[in-house]
Design a protein around this ligand. Structure first.
Ligand code: 5CA
Length: 429
């Protein structure tokens, strides 16, 4: 992709309406634009990241045995009257009336819809366990939408729902999701701390919130250093042992009674990027979602629901990975892996080498963004730092003479000179 032909509207000034760094950078680096309060358009650069985050979430859900579906964003009010949540949900629910005067709503979550699918399709305990997920836009009419995509009114969520015959099965599903979440966040380069939580409007009695660590996080968290040492992608994990590890919010943490010795106690600031709930028969009972059990009796299914804030994660990733110059994307979610700067597009030699590298890298499947604009070197370096691609390669007249390009790691700032062939080998391997 060439910047001269790409749609990447960068802002020089920090927009006054943005209070936190991720919101500022998402506007400045051309990821999003606000449409109305708490509602955003995703521009090409931001949308690429959103899709990468989504894809990692999808792969881990699939690996955990969940099946992807897509439920409607607009739901009938009747279902929520059946579950008893229609009146309780209050002003956060955007209520709509259609032309036939039927009460509809823009879904803030999908427990009712998925339970309705289940009750109309599943009859026997033999079809359990079942786990269905979707990646779908939600709407919650938050009183104070703020911090950009971190607390939006419209936001993208991955939500899934487990159905089991009994509590033991539901707990297995819950535990499998807890592990899948830790892997999912780890794959994005994040450390996530699962914390016992209130289940709030979703209801139920077992719940964990996942806080990822970022210096600018909203809430203080205290946790066992073990969370930083565990390799969530490789190690065989004992989920009960994990759940027993110490993790506490500011209010829960009491230094006097904390079971973790000071040398193993870590503290940081967290951003909630996921929340999982076990709530038993809270929805299956009122909606009549039952299966015929082994002994022929009708049994309401045991359910859980599991959410990841996909659009919030894009902001959270920036909160976790940035410096004064801009964003520092971790490779797995970076919109492009390499930024290739042509320092002098008017120089035929520079442009020929850039074109050759671009073509060869593209053939090897490397995502490259070429800065071929007529701009000063300083402006190009600043723009490349701002947008935060993990690697930057610079082709200029001086290097060309010496047969080298300069490669810079965005995160560490480390630079090295290498031949164009060595560069290709490094990235195409
Ligand atoms: N039905 C359950 C799980 S499927 C549920 O709705 N859970 S939730 O309310 O905790 O939301 C799940 C995740 O969505 C949260 O952990 C958070 O990361 C994200 N989220 C919630 N509200 C917003 C919001 N206003 N803006 C952006 N992300 C949000």
């Amino acid at each position: 992709m060439r910047l001269s032909r790409y749609f990447l509207p960068l802002l020089k000034e920090t927009p006054a309406e943005a209070q936190i760094v991720s919101h500022q950078l998402m506007l400045r680096a051309g990821l999003i634009r606000q449409s109305s309060a708490g509602i955003y358009s995703w521009l090409p650069f931001g949308y690429r990241v959103l899709r990468k985050v989504e894809q990692i979430v999808r792969e881990e859900m699939d690996r955990a045995g969940a099946h992807e579906i897509l439920m409607p964003s607009i739901q009938p009010a009747e279902l929520w009257k059946e579950s008893g949540r229609y009146d309780d949900y209050g002003k956060e629910m955007l209520r709509i009336t259609d032309r036939h005067d039927r009460a509809m709503l823009y879904g803030p979550t999908h427990e009712e819809v998925v339970t309705d699918i289940f009750r109309r399709s599943v009859r026997s305990y033999k079809d359990l366990p079942l786990n269905l997920y979707q990646i779908q836009w939600k709407f919650r009419d938050e009183i104070r939408p703020r911090f950009g995509v971190m607390r939006g009114r419209e936001f993208l969520m991955k939500d899934n729902y487990s159905f089991d015959l009994d509590f033991a099965g539901a707990l297995r599903s819950y535990n499998a999701m807890l592990l899948a979440y830790l892997k999912t966040f780890r794959r994005m380069g994040l450390t996530a701390i699962p914390m016992r939580a209130d289940s709030g409007a979703i209801g139920g009695d077992l719940s964990h919130e996942f806080q990822i660590l970022a210096q600018t996080g909203e809430s203080a968290v205290y946790f066992d250093a073990a969370f930083e040492d565990i390799d969530f992608l490789q190690d065989e994990l004992d989920v009960e042992q994990l759940k027993a590890l110490y993790a506490a919010t500011d209010e829960q943490h009491d230094p006097a009674s904390c079971p973790v010795p000071p040398e193993r106690l870590r503290s940081g600031r967290g951003i909630e990027v996921g929340h999982i709930f076990y709530f038993g028969t809270k929805y299956s009972k009122p909606l009549g979602a039952t299966v015929v059990g082994p002994d022929g009796a009708e049994i309401p299914v045991e359910m859980g629901s599991y959410g990841i804030g996909v659009s919030r994660l894009v902001g959270a990733l920036i909160e976790a990975f940035h410096d004064e110059a801009g964003i520092c994307w971790p490779e797995p979610v970076a919109p492009f892996r390499l930024g290739l700067i042509n320092l002098r597009p008017s120089d035929q030699g520079c442009s020929a080498l850039v074109a050759e590298l671009e073509a060869k890298l593209a053939r090897a499947g490397v995502e490259v963004l070429v800065d071929d604009r007529d701009d000063s070197p300083g402006a190009k370096f600043a723009a490349m730092d701002l947008i935060g691609l993990p690697w930057q390669a610079v082709v200029g007249p001086r290097g060309l003479k010496e047969g080298v390009v300069e490669l810079k790691c965005r995160r560490t700032g480390a630079r090295e000179q290498l031949s164009p062939d060595a560069l290709l080998q490094r990235f195409a391997a």
